[in-house]
Design a protein around this ligand. Structure first.
Ligand SMILES: [Fe+2]
Ligand SMILES: [Fe+2]
Length: 250
């Protein structure tokens, strides 16, 4: 998706168009029993993470932050719906793999705790880190799976997450107009991103190892997308477009 910046009204219609998608039918098209059980567990953890997000919609409508309007609040509501759609798809994937859904997990708890810490801005920074971590991880899982409906679904989710990254970056860009605010953002963003990468690498180490993904490619991809997000938030408009186009799209 070759977008860089959109107005909130454009984001609203973008999300609205996607909101009519139906849930895919995920039937057993392949024998998944040869895949490690750590894959189902890994997806169950992400499924839990994709299920939250209640208070952010209300906060998106009622706040005094600069550069926002009601279209932003509606876009955020569509965004949360889209994450819930991911949760439903991942739940189907977990069942297809013979795994069980979970209700509790320490990394999911940590992300929820961090999101609740203070206002909307920090919440979006944490969400952005979750997008970077999630989209890179889903992509690497997908390319290490045989051709299947499961793999296609993960790649579809990656496409959605990529647009979420641009959506959150547009919000953070509007909140970091001054040089000082940009510096604060970069410091906070890098710290949050390192923490997110660390906890996910630890919690998903078995799937990373058993699917032979390797930690190095995971870390390299996280670094690339983390830099993309940082550039989209703090760089000059002219610098953003060519830079963003250079980054991997698959
Ligand atoms: Fe998602
Ligand atoms: Fe997302």
């Amino acid at each position: 998706m070759g977008i860089t910046h959109r107005t909130w009204q454009e984001w609203e219609s973008f999300f609205e168009q996607r909101s009519y998608r139906r849930l895919p039918a995920l039937e057993q098209d392949l024998d998944y029993s040869a895949l490690p059980t750590s894959l189902a567990r890994s997806l169950a953890i992400f499924q839990l993470g994709e299920s939250g997000g209640g208070t952010i919609v209300a906060q998106s409508f009622c706040n005094s932050l600069p550069g926002l309007d009601d279209h932003f609040g509606t876009s955020m509501a569509y965004f949360v719906e889209e994450e819930h759609r991911h949760a439903n798809i991942l739940a189907m994937c977990v069942r297809l793999l013979g795994g069980k859904l979970i209700r509790d997990n320490w990394t999911a708890k940590l992300f929820v705790f961090a999101r609740r810490l203070i206002g909307l801005r920090l919440k979006v920074v944490v969400l952005l880190a979750a997008e970077v971590v999630g989209l890179c991880y889903y992509h690497l899982l997908a390319v290490h799976l045989p051709r299947s409906r499961l793999r296609d679904q993960l790649l579809d989710i990656v496409d959605d997450e990529r647009s979420h990254l641009y959506f959150h970056c547009d919000f953070l860009r509007a909140q970091t107009a001054s040089r000082f605010k940009k510096r604060v953002f970069v410091a906070v963003w890098r710290s949050v991103m390192v923490c997110a990468a660390l906890v996910v690498a630890i919690d998903h180490r078995n799937a990373i190892k058993e699917l032979e993904i390797g930690l190095k490619p995971v870390l390299a991809r996280w670094r690339t997308y983390s830099r993309l997000a940082e550039t989209l938030v703090v760089a000059d408009s002219q610098a953003v477009c060519p830079k963003a186009r250079e980054l991997p799209t698959n």
